[in-house]
Design a protein. Structure first.
Length: 233
């Protein structure tokens, strides 16, 4: 009887371990080309994205940078990057790619207007930079994208500032995060998990504030303009 009990306990332990391993293996962020379903969300069969690239284009009126001394608004902003092929994550439920281009312009000019009369500013982010995406939940927003930016701002009045992410969303030191929305195929900054001041100063003039806010919404597409969705697997 004692041996039977021991075998029973061993079987329960083995099944528990198998269940844990199964859940861990199934949890892996993926990008789909069709709307995922279920709870958690799952890509329909055969729809995991294999295009290898992604891009974003500004859909809000401006990409808005606000700090203690100046507000900057650019009416054009685009990014380009790469994703794994197929676009599925490994351990840790995180899909990692790269941003290879990030631009901010005003009607084709790198100098964007500000709230200060006659002052314009040019903004840039050092590329390439690793970017991560992860599935968050079944309801809007479904995912989060985050990376460590090195932001440089140079203004016509001689002020220059440098910023990085403010690590408010808990996605690693110095990260900037945005929310991924499946229904609208958009990426919005700041993320719901982020604080309003989603950037912090790393260098520059004394006139540069210690924190700043970056606010923008982008349309997200894959190769050939295909809409992309984020899912759990």
């Amino acid at each position: 009887m004692k041996n039977i009990k021991m075998l029973g306990l061993a079987a329960v332990a083995a099944m528990s371990l198998m269940a844990f391993v199964g859940v861990s293996a199934a949890s892996a962020t993926a990008v789909c080309t069709s709307a995922p379903t279920g709870a958690p969300l799952v890509c329909p069969t055969g729809t995991v994205y294999t295009g290898g690239t992604m891009s974003t284009a500004l859909s809000s009126a401006t990409a808005h940078f606000a700090s203690g001394f100046i507000n900057i608004d650019c009416n054009q902003s685009n990014t380009a990057g790469t994703l794994p092929n197929p676009a599925t994550a490994g351990a840790g439920n995180v899909l990692t790619g790269s941003l290879t281009a990030i631009t901010f312009q005003q009607n084709g000019s790198n100098n964007c207007p500000t709230n200060l009369s006659g002052v314009t500013c040019a903004s840039s982010v050092t590329v390439p930079v690793n970017v991560s995406a992860k599935y968050v939940q079944t309801t809007n927003p479904e995912g989060r994208l985050y990376f460590i930016p090195a932001v440089s701002i140079s203004c016509s009045n001689g002020t220059s500032c440098s910023y990085t992410g403010n690590n408010a969303a808990g996605d690693g030191a110095n990260t900037l995060s945005g929310d991924l929305h499946n229904s609208a195929h958009t990426l919005t900054y700041p993320s719901a998990a982020d604080t309003v001041a989603n950037l912090k100063k790393t260098g520059g003039s004394f006139a540069c504030s210690s924190t700043a806010t970056y606010t923008a919404t982008y349309n997200v597409t894959g190769a050939g303009g295909v809409n992309l969705f984020i899912a759990d697997q």
